[in-house]
Design a protein around this ligand. Sequence first.
Ligand code: ADP
Length: 429
Amino acid sequence: MLFSRRTRVILLGSLGAASFVLILAALLNPRQTITLPFGLGILFLLFTLFFLMFYNLTGRKAAERERRELEQRFSFLVRHIKDYAIFFIDPEGRVMSWNKGAQQIKGYTEAEIIGKPISLFYTEEDNLLGEPRQNLKKALEDGSYESIGLRKRKDGSVFYADVVFTPIYDDKQILKGFAKITRDITHQKKVQEDIQVTLRREQELNELKSRFVSLASHEFKTPLSVILSSTSLIEKYPETDMQANRLKHTHRIKSNVNNLKQILNDFLSLEKLEAGIVSNSPVEADLVLLTREIIQDMEEAIKEGQQVHLSTEGMPRAILVDTHLLRNVFTNLLSNAAKYSPDGSSIDCSLIYRPTSVDIIFKDQGIGIPPEEQEKLFERFFRATNTTGISGTGLGLSIVKRYLDLMGGEIRLTSLPGLGSTFIVTLPA
Ligand code: ADP
């Protein structure tokens, strides 16, 4: 409207008075021909203005009614939305309104939360960092602010939230508060994390496979050429009294075939571990018997003149163990002891029965391991620097460690370069 209410009253009043005076003057003095048309003219103007004002007023009232209805419908909608916490906070960060979604997501009822600070929804760490204030400040600076982070429910539990703050101003650009919309994205976050884990595992597996191809082509070359040359050499000893030479070569062949078998075994074990399909299935087992069997099976893998001595301490008893996993652990440790020790050396294997555990110790007289490299020994593909010329993949001990983790066991070692190594496996019993 062009004029204020007061101006309008004065204007209409003056026009009314003027037309009244002019018409009255015309009636009192009918000979004056000019005053009547003037008075009627002003009266007409007065009616027209009245009409326009009335029309305008009804229009404004209808628009106002419509706006109020729309507001009511909107606030009903906001109050009943369940998946989003939508509420208003004052410029100081205190809750001014609350909807069903907010109650569902955060756990507070309207009566409990109105007037309380939004810091209640933040974790202690975020509060210490001043996050609530920072968020409001950023919303003021940028016109709106979105953040994703952990938020706290009334019961203290936390959830991942996507939060948007938007400042609200009145007609005069005075800050009235903020609208805050919170969405619980814990489920989406979990799905996202699961996808990331699967993707990472897939990438690792691919990397592993391509490493295997290059490693296998490299590691297979030496033993295969030894096998080939030994086989050719055997043919050169046809006489009966040449048995010693033949045996030397068949032993080399067997030992190299065993090396290849071990490499393939390691890769298969690792692939199964990576795919998460290895599980611990314990059965009651006699550890002494099992170890003796493994030592016998290893005969072809040990070098010429090497001997494995088995001893026990304490009271031997049946223990619950996954014999398949344990066989793999012992085979790896024994074949390493043999591989990294000279011909003719001895390997001691002791079983020590304690009240709630068993220690299985493998002690060799081999090349030892540099102290600074010992902590990396159980990492995939790691090989110590003193292994040049000795074939291997650096996978065996990482598999041993992961199998023992599955079985609830442990492994540690003591070793000095040139003085041999001792690996100690501890199993619950
Ligand atoms: P690989 O023997 O195939 O290289 P492992 O994972 O079995 O792989 O062993 C990792 C590394 O640990 C070896 O490369 C070697 O440096 C060291 N190692 C393991 N066992 C012994 C041992 N008994 N004596 C000396 N070094 C060892």
